[in-house]
Write a protein that binds this ligand. Structure first.
Ligand code: IMP
Ligand code: MG
Length: 178
């Protein structure tokens, strides 16, 4: 496993993009009644930077989901049911780090949608360019579209590692040290 240099997306680009996303969100959505839901753990870095650039939202909650082992989705997504907040009638901004197969976000989206919220807006920092079979959700706000590589940093990890890097890197699967 090796980080590929230079970074795919640098922290300055990330912050610039987040400012643009925040501006768009403010134009489109009434933020004072917005309920922000952040998908743990990967989206925490993105969400805190994004939320700091929005006017006060009505509340912020966290949903816990797991699907990845190493570099590949296990396919069987686990959403912790006790972490799903009550959202009936609310307007939601769902914040995710990355849309890959879309399975995780779909499952979280479905468990919110079933409660009949007023609306769910999906905001992702990264979206991989790839076909998504059986996925009905689509992002309302996307920071960057990227190729189908495994990336780490700025909240995204490989088996728990690299989350705290300020920039985003492609992780090469070649043997070697990082
Ligand atoms: P999906 O269910 O395949 O869309 O993946 C959803 C989750 O898997 C994301 O929220 C991430 O936490 C993780 N994930 C997907 N792709 C990557 C990646 O390239 N690097 C790190 N984590 C990823
Ligand atoms: Mg995630």
């Amino acid at each position: 496993m090796q980080l590929v240099y230079p970074p795919l997306i640098r922290q300055e680009q990330i912050q610039q993009k987040i400012s643009e996303l925040a501006e768009k969100i403010c134009q489109d959505i009434q933020t004072e009644n917005l309920y922000a839901i952040v998908v743990l753990k990967g989206a925490v870095f993105f969400a805190t930077d994004l939320l700091k650039k929005l006017p006060p939202v009505s509340s912020i909650d966290f949903v816990r989901a797991e699907s990845y082992e190493g570099c590949s989705s296990r396919g069987d997504v686990k959403v912790y049911p006790e972490s799903i907040p009550e959202v009936g009638g609310k307007r939601i901004l769902l914040i995710e780090d990355i849309l890959d197969t879309g399975l995780t976000t779909q499952k979280i989206f479905d468990s919110l949608q079933i409660q009949n919220p007023e609306a769910i807006y999906l905001c992702v920092l990264l979206e991989k360019r790839k076909p998504r079979e059986g996925i009905t959700i689509s992002s309302d706000y996307v920071g960057f579209y990227i190729e189908d590589n495994f990336v780490v940093g700025y909240g995204m990890d490989f088996n728990g590692k690299f989350r705290n890097l300020p920039d985003i890197y492609i992780l090469s699967l070649n043997k070697g040290s990082y």
